[in-house]
Design a protein. Sequence first.
Length: 403
Amino acid sequence: MTAHFRIACRACGAPSPRIAATRCAACGGTLGFSYDAPASWPRQPGRVWDYAALLPLPAGVEPVTLGEGGTPLLPAARDRGARVWWKNEGANPTGSQKDRAISLAMTHARAIGARRIAVASTGSVGLACAAYSARASLPCLILMPKGTPAERLKPMLAFGATVAAVDTTFEGIERLLRALDDSWFQASTIAALSPWQSEGPKTIAFETVAQLGRAPDWFVVPVGGGGTLAGIWRGFLDLRRIGAIDRLPRMASVQTTTFNALEIAMDRGLSTMDELAAVAADESHETIARNLKHGVPPDALAALAALRESDGAAVSVGEDEIRSWHLRLAAEEGIFAEPSCAAAPAGIDRLVADGRIARGETVVALVTGSGLREPGALPPREPVPLPASASLADLDRLVPGRG
């Protein structure tokens, strides 16, 4: 591998010489990466692989890419109680932030000579994995819980992936994946299963600083598995280490009031997966925010570390708040996002109302995915009927115009 990065266990610090390793050989802990300070650093916003100096790209390996990253950072069109910006990840090739992680996962798969791909997904990871597997010319198996929306499933099939609906919970599917042998490459976005991909979300931090010119005061993330929030935080830490920023943001997680293990953990000081399992929600409960449906986020400990190290916050929001913001993001901000994304602005409302976010502070909210992938979540509405004889006056009555 190139000398610009090293692999070591995040728990015990033992180095890992094997590029194909996914866990620490000494203690079984999650692997992480350290990097030499880059000779130069992009000052203008770029795409994911423009930041290769702080990504684990082995020597002689070309990235598997569809042009991910470089997503817009848009100022809020209305007063949101603070200086709010939307980091719109729906502009990625398959419409979510998971393209960043899966680009790294597939690049690693190519580096170790993988022959087939397997992944568990409720939609976003599966769609990204199907597209990037096609780009890498690798067969792909996607396991998903029954009930995944058809509009998410069909594009996976179009990319040539094999999709199986499994009659179990997401955690049950993950147990099935852990039993696979080494002939499979697991393109999971869980750091413990695929540490290489967990570096992908760092590039959201890199881009945000390039776009804003500095780190924000707060970075708000809707949390399902927890890996995206943890990765963004590591990105900000990298930027401070190389001198690109001199201050760090406070991180905030937003979950649903049903699946709110991080909020409970922060309130009660929980710090182990066993403690989190004891307060986990029953996954038979439904939520419109399907991507946030985890009894215990698989990367919960890394997410909690980011929240605590940044003096951040964990909040939860209800189904009605999410439904409302799902429509408001589109109608008031021009951003058609998937329902799970709507947890972020609802969480900002909560943090502003509680006084934790001050009016003068700069807040970046992660809009994790495009609503074009899940139009079935919208409430039913019909177009206004007009007869063929409709007049200009009829059109004027439909849309009177401002002022």
